[in-house]
Design a binder for this molecule. Structure first.
Ligand code: SF4
Length: 309
């Protein structure tokens, strides 16, 4: 997930997950949602058009053939104090079904822009860092793009991490949460869940997609007591409406395994990438939120008993 920083009953097998995708979850019926010209603005949502999803839909269809023995990897990095506790070896998988207006890594959107790497290569790299990851209380984070576009690969990497005693974190929008099998979740120690809005109309304007799959995935994680760190990005005149934040806060507070909410101020560090890619950047003239606005949003989460940073 490329958010500004300085995913009841569930499928029990990958085959089940993919079958469900094709039937009634994102990647199936949602393909084509919002495709073509930008969607009209709903009355409760901010006054910008939702993004086009044509190319994202093509990747969604392609990803249904994603193997578990290799993946399209955009990049990887070793970081501390972001993407989870301790020192993290973070892999950014290529491809994303969303088109967030504030995305600061639009270069991760398409699977074809990544480099195909084998499971063995990735696990070997993790093995080289395993000792330092364990010593610092860190681990491996799989981010994107959207890691659940290639869920079988994530499942295999996390299983290998558990065998090494390495902590695992999944950084996701939750939109493809139904693709995460129970085996994947049983090997996931933490989920960094982007709740991009509480209001469904605003969510659609921000991402081009529906909010419901993310809400369902969060409930599934909570039911399994999988720790969640929520991320919420404050974008002036887009996600900052008090009612939108209240709806997000009410939902997040209902999830018993949420440990914290990270309130992240929008920034413009991705603007050059949008330009370089020739993408139409709707937030070209949007300023970062004021400190007062960010503090107000944090207070709204705190009033629900949430620990908000
Ligand atoms: S478009 Fe994809 S990669 Fe970018 S912020 Fe949204 S979910 Fe993350």
């Amino acid at each position: 997930m490329s958010v500004p920083t300085v995913s009841t009953s569930s499928p029990t097998s990958s085959a089940d997950a993919l079958a469900q995708d094709a039937a009634d979850v994102p990647g199936g019926a949602c393909i084509g949602e919002g495709a073509g010209s930008p969607a009209p603005v709903a009355s409760a949502a901010p006054s910008v058009a939702a993004p086009s999803l044509d190319r994202a839909d093509a990747d969604l269809r392609e990803s249904l053939r994603s193997p578990g023995e290799s993946a399209s990897v955009h990049s990887w990095e070793l970081v501390t104090a972001v993407d989870g506790p301790g020192t993290r070896l973070t892999f950014f998988l290529a491809g994303c079904p969303l088109r967030c207006l504030y995305c600061h890594n639009p270069d991760t959107w398409q699977m074809r822009r990544g480099e195909r790497q084998s499971l063995d290569e990735v696990v070997s790299r993790i093995r080289r860092y395993a000792q330092v990851l364990r010593t610092t209380g860190g681990g491996v984070t799989i981010s994107g793009g959207e890691p659940l576009l290639q869920p079988q690969f994530v499942e295999n990497v996390f299983a290998a991490c558990q065998e090494m005693g390495v902590h695992t974190a999944l950084d996701t929008s939750g939109f493809l949460g139904a693709r995460a099998t129970n085996r994947l979740l049983s090997n996931t120690n933490l989920v960094l869940l982007d709740v991009k809005s509480g209001d469904p109309d605003t969510y659609k304007t921000v991402t081009g997609r529906s909010l419901a799959p993310t809400l369902d995935f969060g409930r599934r994680l909570a039911a399994q007591d999988i720790p969640i760190w929520v991320r919420f990005v404050v974008v002036p005149d887009l996600t900052d409406d008090e009612d939108n934040v209240e709806k997000a806060a009410e939902y997040i507070a209902s999830l018993r395994s949420v440990q914290r909410v990270e309130v992240l101020p929008f920034h413009q560090m991705g603007r050059d990438k949008w330009r370089a890619l020739g993408e139409d950047y709707a937030l070209e003239n949007t300023e970062p939120p004021s400190a007062e606005l960010v503090a107000r949003v944090r207070r709204q989460f705190a009033r629900r008993g949430l620990i908000a940073f």
